[in-house]
Design a protein around this ligand. Structure first.
Ligand code: RB5
Length: 143
């Protein structure tokens, strides 16, 4: 994918999974901008969804990965930013289609919903699947 800087954020419900994803991204050679949280202590997911979205808005990261307990709350916050298309995914197929059809630029995962292997599948598809464009481009434009 063009641009190798990924913004990464989570709340306490996503902290463990975020640590795994961070290591995987760094191993793949990505630069990771980790906005926290940095422990399993209770925090508010919107703070981290907004922080990742801001890095994308400012052009400091090309893509983002966000994790909370379900992936839902943190994606709702990130999606308030017009530059962001965050997709909650629970399978590699969803992540592939979120890229191919929706040009999602933020992957949202639920640390209490999916296991590590599925999360890594989602990450792989999110990073490596190009947007198909064509008929999908006009639809994405309408968002
Ligand atoms: C935190 O307990 C939990 O509500 C949060 O991680 C997330 O699942 C919200 O959507």
């Amino acid at each position: 994918m063009p641009g190798k800087t990924i913004a990464l954020g989570c709340d306490h419900g996503g902290f463990k999974l975020k640590s795994v994803l961070k290591e995987a991204l760094e191993k793949k050679g990505y630069t990771v901008l980790d906005v926290g949280a940095n422990s399993g202590a209770s925090v508010d997911y919107p703070d981290f969804g907004h922080a990742v979205a801001k890095l994308i808005e400012e052009g400091k990261a090309t893509r983002g990965v966000i994790v909370c307990g379900t992936g839902i709350g943190i994606s709702l916050a990130a999606n308030r930013h017009p530059a962001v298309r965050a997709a909650v995914c629970t399978s590699g197929l969803m992540a592939r289609l979120a890229r191919a059809h929706n040009d999602a630029n933020v992957l949202a995962l639920g640390g209490r919903i999916i296991g590590v292997e599925t999360a890594l599948d989602c990450l792989e598809e999110f990073l490596n699947t190009p947007f198909e464009g064509g008929r999908h481009a006009a639809r994405v434009e309408k968002i």
